[in-house]
Design a protein around this ligand. Structure first.
Ligand code: PLP
Length: 371
C-alpha cells in the first residue's frame, strides 16, 4: 500500500513514538542505567553476585508489587509465556484443564493442552473476538486457564477464582501484569513475559505461584517425567537460589529490575494501573467521538486498559495511517494481523506517557484529515 505524502507538524508528534503491544517501549532511563552498570554486570556469571542480586531484587520486587501472601513463590525461566504453556501441561495440569478462549493467545494455550497425549481433552469455553467467555462451573477440570488481557483483541477480564472446587487458577497475565490490579488469592499461577508492561525484553517467563500451585508442581514431578527445561519444579528450585536453570539474558533481567523499581517508587500497581487507565480512557473517548473510528470491544467493562483496539471505517485503511506515522517514527499501531480487521491497536502500558497518547490520536486525526 503506497504511503500518502503527508507531513505531520513536529509539535504534534509524540515525544516517544513506540506504541507497540510487545516488544513495547523500554524507558530510556532504564537503558541508561544498564549502560552505566554494563562493565560490572554484562558478561559476568549468572551464578555470581551482581546477577544473582538482580534476580533477588526482581523476585522481592514482584512480591512487594503484588503484596504476595506468605507461601507464595516467584519463579522464572527462559522461554517466555509461550514456553510456560508447554511447561504447564507437564507441571500444572493434572489431567484435564478448562480454557477460557477469546483470541490468539488464549487459543494457543488451549491447543497445547488439547494436543498433549498424556492429558484428557480440555474443556474449551470460546467467545468471539471482542467478547469474553464464562467459566463452566460444573466441568471436571483440575486447572482453569484464564487470561487477564487478551492482547490480540484488547479484551480485559477481571481475575476471579470461582467459588468451590479444587482447581488451580492459572492466569496468562502477559499484557496485564504490572499494569492492572489483581488479588493474589484469586490465582494460583500468574505468569507473564517481561516485554510488555514490564518494559524489558522478551525471552523470559515469570510466574507468581500460590502454595497450592507449588504443591501441584512437586506432586506432578513425582508422578511423571518432564524435560528439564520444561520442568517447573526445576525452575522453582533454581528461583529459590535466585537463579535460572540455564543462562538468562542479563540485560533483560536488569531492565526488568529497573522497571519494577520505577513502579514501586511511584506508588505500585495502583499508580501504574491509574496511568494506563488514563491513557486508555482517552483513546476510547476519542474513538467514540470520532466519525471514522469506534472501540472494537463493545462492552465497556471488557475494554482493555493496556492494549486498546479501535476499528476504523473500511474507506480509511489503517495500513495507510500506520505507514504515514511510521515515516514519522511513530510505530506499531496496526491491529493484530490474524484478527483481519481494519483496526488500530495502541498499547497504553505504564511506560507510555498519557500525554503522548493524546498526541498520537491528534496525529491520527491529522493524517485522516489530510489524506
Ligand atoms: C505476548 C503474549 C504472549 C506470548 O509471549 P512470548 O513472550 O512471545 O512467549 C502470551 N500471552 C499473551 C497474553 C501475550 O500478550
Amino acid at each position: 500500500m503506497p504511503t500518502p505524502p503527508i507531513s505531520i507538524p513536529r509539535e504534534l508528534l509524540p515525544r516517544d513514538g513506540r506504541f507497540g503491544s510487545g516488544p513495547s517501549l523500554v524507558r530510556p532511563a532504564a537503558v541508561e542505567a544498564l549502560a552505566s552498570a554494563a562493565t560490572g554486570y554484562l558478561g559476568t556469571s549468572h551464578r555470581k553476585a551482581p546477577v544473582k542480586l538482580v534476580v533477588a531484587d526482581v523476585r522481592a520486587g514482584l512480591r512487594e508489587l503484588y503484596g504476595l501472601p506468605n507461601g507464595y513463590e516467584v519463579a522464572l525461566g527462559i522461554g517466555g509465556a509461550t514456553l510456560f504453556w508447554d511447561a504447564a501441561v507437564f507441571g500444572l495440569i493434572e489431567s484435564r484443564s478448562q480454557h477460557l478462549v477469546c483470541g490468539e493467545f488464549s487459543a494457543k494455550f488451549a491447543a497445547v493442552a488439547a494436543n498433549a497425549p498424556h492429558l484428557l481433552d480440555p474443556v474449551v469455553r470460546e467467545a468471539p473476538p471482542g467478547s469474553a467467555p464464562t467459566v463452566d462451573d460444573g466441568a471436571d477440570d483440575d486447572t482453569l486457564a484464564l487470561i487477564h488481557n487478551e492482547t490480540s483483541t484488547g479484551v480485559m477480564m477481571p481475575v476471579r477464582r470461582p467459588a468451590g472446587g479444587e482447581r488451580l487458577v492459572v492466569v496468562d497475565a502477559t499484557s496485564a501484569a504490572g499494569a492492572a490490579p489483581v488479588d493474589p488469592l484469586d490465582f494460583d499461577a500468574y505468569y507473564f513475559s517481561p516485554q510488555k508492561a514490564f518494559a524489558s525484553e522478551g525471552g523470559l517467563w515469570l510466574a507468581l505461584l500460590s502454595p497450592a500451585a507449588v504443591e501441584r508442581i512437586s506432586r506432578l514431578r513425582e508422578a511423571r517425567w518432564a524435560p528439564p527445561t520444561l520442568d517447573l519444579a526445576v525452575a522453582v528450585e533454581n528461583a529459590a537460589k535466585d537463579q535460572t536453570y540455564n543462562t538468562p539474558a542479563l540485560a533483560t533481567l536488569f531492565l526488568l529490575r529497573e522497571q519494577i523499581r520505577w513502579m514501586l517508587d511511584n506508588g505500585g500497581l495502583e499508580w501504574t494501573s491509574g496511568r494506563s487507565t488514563r491513557s486508555a480512557r482517552h483513546i476510547y473517548a476519542w474513538a467514540e467521538r470520532s466519525e471514522y473510528a469506534a472501540p472494537f470491544v463493545t462492552d465497556p467493562a471488557l475494554r482493555s486498559t493496556t492494549t486498546v483496539t479501535v476499528d476504523v471505517t473500511d474507506d480509511i485503511p489503517v495500513a495507510e495511517i500506520g505507514g504515514v506515522l511510521r515515516d514519522h517514527g511513530v510505530v506499531d499501531i496496526e491491529g493484530y494481523r490474524k484478527l483481519g480487521r481494519n483496526q488500530l491497536r495502541i498499547a497504553t502500558f505504564p511506560s507510555i506517557d498519557p500525554e503522548d497518547v493524546a498526541r498520537l490520536t491528534a496525529c491520527i486525526d491529522f493524517v485522516v484529515a489530510h489524506r
